[in-house]
Ligand binder design. Sequence first.
Ligand code: TRP
Ligand code: SF4
Length: 330
Amino acid sequence: MKKKVLSGMRPTGRLHLGHYFGTLRNWVKLQEECDCYYMASDWHALTTEYANTSKISENTFEMIADWITVGLDPLKSVIFKQSAIHQHSELFLMLSMITPLGWLQRCPTYKDQVREIKNKNLNNYGFLGYPVLMASDILLYRANLVPVGEDQLLHLELTREIARRFNNFYGKIFIEPEAKLSKSTRVPGTDGRKMSKSYGNSIFLGENSDAIKEKVKNMFTDPLKIKKNDLGHPDGCVVIKFYKILSEDSDKYSKFKQREKDCKVGSIGCSLCKKQLTEILTEFMKSLSGKRKKLISDKAYLEKVIMEGCQKAEDCAQKTMTEIRKALKF
Ligand code: TRP
Ligand code: SF4
């Protein structure tokens, strides 16, 4: 039996290379060996965007277009959106009854975000309970594996604890899912911090060549390397991190495995090094942008994909809910 995989992504805006190398590349690989469910978690977006919901629906649509552009295949994976499957909210309600408040209040991601996100009022019940919604997403499909980044590991642990507690009360309904931590690729933004839309340091999927050129030009490099023959110190350089990611991703770029050495011995200068990176990234984006444009303009096709995905997801979700109601003697 194939393992069942579930993962989700919030539709909070355009996708960037961080999403691609950090997450989507793994999702695409997994669909070859597992039964995969990929969800646009638009209800999760509400936990922080509740005051302005105008973009959520459009973002969901574009995000799913991006998923398919980079290789998620609707014939292999179930692609759906959370808000279309009301069973998520039903299970969320049931799980919220058995989840001790302390588990949520102690959650470090919760405390961090309340501290860091200052421009929104997050002192809400829904925001505190967000890991319970995530647990519902996973348990509803009885997923065995959940591909997540390290930042979500604690939420997955919480999901396992909630599943255990539920099973103790009502009998063995849920499987305890495991995290699938793939070799995590931390993609740096142009400024060297983690690539993130909120830092303004992102290179977006489908970005045009002028924008890429400008962004690569602004990447932080070794400040001591001025002339081509200066011996470089690539450790703090953002450009080299991209060469590493790209040369590990595809044999096509294997020749750039040398780049670190070339930099250190002074056989390449920063301007050529950046020019070549611009070229590679431009070529990579070009291969995506045609497909992306076509998808975005074919609304009917995308809507059909989402509708069919939702239908499959709902069938699976409803089976679980029927068992749960029975177990609770409802
Ligand atoms: N919480 C995840 C994030 O913010 C997205 C998500 C929602 C998710 N539901 C999920 C991930 C279920 C894995 C499984 O990135
Ligand atoms: Fe970075 Fe390339 Fe310059 Fe070395 S030569 S510091 S790797 S940009």
